[in-house]
Design a protein around this ligand. Structure first.
Ligand SMILES: [Fe+2]
Length: 210
């Protein structure tokens, strides 16, 4: 039972466009980097389901968006933006379904974390995000970490009509939203890594799918 649910997650992930898959894995890697900087380097192991980490699937709900919407370089109309925003609810629904499929042996910590990240990674620290307008520490911690990792990867690799930025330029841009969009302590942790680590210059490619 659990095995087939794990396979199901891998199949769903594989149906994301390649760019989204790579972005998802890099975002997971930036989450690990941030968590290590914050001193939380042991937590992920307890949350693994098989070999899968809850950090790697924040945008899984995008598989339910129309392909035409996913392929657009930019969402211009309000209606397009509203349709795309639904990916967070779709993501939550996907993890609810997978947890039911997995049955009693499912790792509850994996599902609790994956669900929170999928649902709340577009909440803003000042309460202006979606879907619920949660504010500050009412936003689950891992979703706040994901919001920072997600934006940083977008800035580093370029998104929509925007060109890729160097690490320092990306973190400077994010610092402007520290305290409004992002949790300041999480931005600080990423900034520390960018300033100290030669790895910050590399683009983190996704780990291979097992
Ligand atoms: Fe997203």
């Amino acid at each position: 039972m659990e095995e087939s649910a794990l396979q199901h997650l891998d199949e769903l992930y594989a149906s994301l466009p390649e760019n989204s898959r790579r972005h998802s894995r890099r975002t997971g890697q930036y989450m690990r980097i941030i968590l290590r900087q914050m001193g939380f380097d042991q937590l992920e192991e307890d949350m693994l389901w098989g070999d899968d980490s809850p950090f790697d699937y924040h945008d899984i709900g995008k598989i339910k968006l129309p392909p035409s919407l996913l392929q657009q370089r930019w969402l211009y109309s309000h209606e397009e933006q509203l349709r795309a925003m639904a990916h967070v609810d779709y993501g939550g629904q996907i993890f609810d379904t997978l947890e039911a499929e997995a049955g009693e042996d499912a790792n509850k910590a994996f599902f609790a974390t994956a669900w929170q990240i999928a649902m709340f990674h577009h909440e803003n620290f000042d309460g202006t995000g979606y879907p619920d307008g949660l504010k500050g520490e009412a936003i689950p911690f891992y979703a706040r970490v994901c919001a920072v990792a997600n934006a940083y990867d977008g800035l580093r690799n370029g998104f929509g009509i925007f060109a890729p930025r160097a690490p320092e330029a990306a973190i400077d841009k994010m610092s402007q939203k520290s305290g409004t969009w992002f949790d300041p302590s999480i931005v600080m942790a990423l900034k520390r890594w960018v300033s100290l680590s030669p790895d910050a210059k590399t683009i983190h490619e996704p780990a291979p799918i097992h």
